[in-house]
Design a protein around this ligand. Structure first.
Ligand SMILES: C[S@@+](CC[C@H](N)C(=O)[O-])C[C@H]1O[C@@H](n2cnc3c(N)ncnc32)[C@H](O)[C@@H]1O
Length: 250
């Protein structure tokens, strides 16, 4: 089984640094097309939920459900692998930054397809396209994530239907603090509070997080990072690993 993290234990820092980025949210909204009713699975604190449609959120962790803001869509406790919804119960389904946490992505993705009459939209990462410096400095983490993240082909096959993949650039000022969001701001990863909102760190072997942080801190202090990657600081966006995998009914 791939490594996993317990959001009941480690999810309490989530909303301090993980806020839906409006440009990514717009892409997810567009991919949902004219779906009027949407189930958001692995919904967490409600990031990326549209506010102009009827949304039902499904989220297993009470720690995460408790971080949903007042006025957010209704949420029920549940897992992707056994959605408590009838076949074709909703117009559309979405899952953002969550499938790598599921016990069985195959089963969960088939569930999304089962309950949706229309589009299923999965927001995830294609790890090979991570920024080169993150692959280098966070190599132990990249290795671990290879075992967590299903490949894009795997996701498309598990969803079935007519699938397509969209690449999403990561903005320079991305407000959702996943690791790649800091492609141009490596200093952010030195902040323990930023790392506490990213699931990867809690799964590394003891001592590895500190080793990565020291490696990065040294490279920033010596100027080695800027010498090799400093031009990234000027760019407006990065064409990296963010992907939407979209399935329409066959
Ligand atoms: C990184 S958070 C993403 C939350 C939200 N979708 C977002 O974009 O901010 C991952 C979420 O997946 C949830 N999760 C873990 N296992 C799950 C499962 N089997 N089914 C559904 N959600 C699950 C976690 O509890 C957590 O809230």
């Amino acid at each position: 089984m791939p490594p996993s993290v317990d959001y009941e234990q480690s999810g309490s820092a989530y909303t301090r640094h993980r806020r839906a980025d409006p440009r990514i949210a717009a892409r997810i909204q567009a991919a949902l097309g004219d779906a009027r009713s949407v189930v958001n699975v692995g919904a967490g604190s409600g990031n990326y939920e549209p506010n102009d449609r009827r949304v039902l959120a499904v989220e297993p962790s009470s720690t995460m459900r408790a971080q949903r803001p007042a006025g957010a869509a209704p949420v029920i406790a549940g897992h992707a692998e056994a959605l408590p919804l009838d076949d074709n119960a909703v117009d559309g389904a979405m899952a953002a930054m969550t499938i790598h946490h599921w016990r069985s992505p195959e089963v969960g993705l088939a569930e999304l397809r089962r309950v949706a009459r229309g589009p299923v939209v999965v927001f995830t990462l294609e790890l090979e396209a991570w920024p080169a410096w993150q692959k280098e400095y966070l190599r132990e983490g990249a290795e671990l994530d290879q075992r967590r993240f299903p490949t894009i082909d795997h996701i498309a096959a598990a969803l079935g239907g007519r699938t397509r993949v969209e690449e999403i650039p990561t903005p320079a000022d991305c407000s959702d603090g996943f690791i790649e969001a800091f492609w141009n701001r490596p200093e952010a990863l030195l902040d323990p509070d930023v790392r506490a909102s990213q699931s990867l760190w809690a799964m590394l072997r003891p001592g590895v997080e500190q080793a990565i942080v020291e490696r990065l801190r040294d490279a920033l202090a010596s100027g080695a990072w800027d010498e090799a990657h400093g031009e990234l600081r000027q760019a407006a966006e990065f064409n990296g690993s963010l992907r939407l995998v979209i399935s329409e009914p066959a």
